[in-house]
Design a protein. Sequence first.
Length: 399
Amino acid sequence: MIHTGRHFLQIPGPTNVPDRVLRAMDRPVIDHRGPEFAVLSLEVLTGMQTIFQTKSPVIIFPSSGTGGCEAALVNTLSPGDPVLIFETGAFSQVWKRIAEALGLRVEYVPGNWRRGARPADLESRLAADSSHAFKAVVVVHNETSTGAVSRIAELRRTMNRLRHPALLIVDAISSLGAMEYRHDEWEVDVTVCGSQKGLMVPPGLSFNAISEKALAANKKASLRRAYWDWEPMLNNNREGLFPYTPATNLLFALREALHMLEEEGLPNVFRRHRRHGEATRAAARAWNLEIVCEDPEEYSSAMTAVFTPEGHNADALRKVILEHFDMSLGAGLGKFAGKVFRIGHLGSFNDLMLAGTLSGVEMGLRLAGVPHDDGGVMAALDILAPPGSNALSPSIVSP
Ligand SMILES: Cc1ncc(COP(=O)(O)O)c(C=O)c1O
């Protein structure tokens, strides 16, 4: 089938890269040991501190997000250290796999893949750990396979109340730049991120935001590391350099994306994502399809995962939508394969893109013969432009 117009990339990352960002990286590579590069890298390292809401150092690796996860563990822990990982979905499984491969002792706190990490589960595990055996608690902030968010501030309060010294390691790969995230205020020790989601940059960069406590743990941590070692990174970064060849043009892209986020203002960025999440869920409810996240307090603003009705394969629906409307939706992952489709509404995105996305889903539901009610798109439009609202009314136009 020949497609005209542009492809709709509505997976929950990689996300659409704005033209401004593409143009910023479309330039000759520069000497990564020269003065121009140092200016670039110091600017993006500082810019990322603003996005993480931290005054502590941020490290940028040339890698996908998974590399950032491995870096967080090898830099803070030692062989055989017990770690608590919360089962929230497919990406918590990634953490479990990495931690076990590194020789850490994982206690995997079971979850039903429809909720974030429960503070009560953390409380019971840590309260029973009077010898402070657990060295780290690992939580995925926005579980990209389910659209359920873990409440990091509450989890940290639980750790503090119990005076448990474990490090708090958070995967914010699909939330940073899309949802409220406060590395310092929430006392997170290592936050991991990737470039390809809320940050609107192509895949290929990962990030570690680090606390003082994590830096102290780094001095004692004896897991083997070379490429991922923070120490040479931090030493080189002070001068705007890297210990090996950085992904220069992705850093040009990141600089432009950071400018865009700054121009919009982070509170507006988060508000935009919340609104689009709300409109998407309104559509799903009107279609009479079940949203995977079952706790309204934990809904993701970055993406929405939706079950197809029993007996209707979500991948068949995605295939129809791709073929007919040239739109990519996220597949169900792990135990949700074939049962769930995921709508990404994060990154470089606006109301009309969302209306187009939801229209593609609604038409796809019809063409694929998936039982549903009509009216999802209208329900979403009612959130985006509520009936009776009037943009020309003086109260809205005047400041
Ligand atoms: C929450 C989360 N963690 C980890 C990863 C793995 O990141 P990457 O695929 O960039 O290695 C992803 C990727 O989608 C993710 O969404």
